[in-house]
Design a protein around this ligand. Structure first.
Ligand code: DAT
Ligand code: MG
Length: 151
């Protein structure tokens, strides 16, 4: 629906490479609404819940090390089909297979440093948003050109 929400997180390599502005710009430009934003040092506890389904993978220890190597910028974006659209905007998990024009296809080369996270389903997005954000950290707002905001 139009009120769909997804978790987008700029991973430590994205922050360190000064890509935060460019990544946010893509979501703003597309027309999605920013309803939550924070910078945080992610805890092992949060990560093990976030990536719980991957804990038996050989790359899991490296993934935890990477994701805790510096601050992450976590965001919740809202809009029509935002989950599916943002997966397309982010591109293939493996940057080597990501299309040019996608975040991963434009800014990264290797799966172990793929710049950004995006929720992959309605259930996943709900679970991840609850894990990363408190209810009070998500704000409802209307655009200044919305009739109900005219004084
Ligand atoms: P995505 O982030 O596209 O949703 P995923 O959920 O399958 O992909 O995996 C989560 C993250 O784990 C991914 O962004 C990077 C890392 N990862 C996945 N497969 C990997 C691999 N084969 N080698 C190293 N890291 C990998
Ligand atoms: Mg995933």
């Amino acid at each position: 629906g139009v009120r769909e929400r997804t978790l987008i997180a700029i991973k430590p390599d994205g922050v360190q490479r000064r890509l935060v502005g460019q990544i946010i710009q893509r979501f703003e430009q597309r027309g999605f609404k920013l309803v939550g934003l924070k910078m945080l040092q992610v805890s092992d506890d949060l990560l093990s819940q976030h990536y719980g389904q991957l804990r038996t993978k050989p790359f899991y220890p490296g993934l935890l090390q990477y994701m805790t190597s510096g601050p992450v910028v976590a965001m919740v974006w809202e809009g029509y089909k935002v989950i599916e659209s943002s997966r397309m905007m982010v591109g293939h998990t493996n940057p080597a297979e990501a299309q040019p024009g996608t975040v991963r296809g434009d800014f990264s080369i290797h799966v172990s440093r793929n710049v950004v996270h995006a929720s992959d389903s309605v259930e996943g997005a709900q679970r991840e948003i609850q894990l990363w954000f408190k209810g009070k950290e998500l704000l409802n707002w209307e655009c200044c050109d919305h009739a109900s905001t005219f004084g």
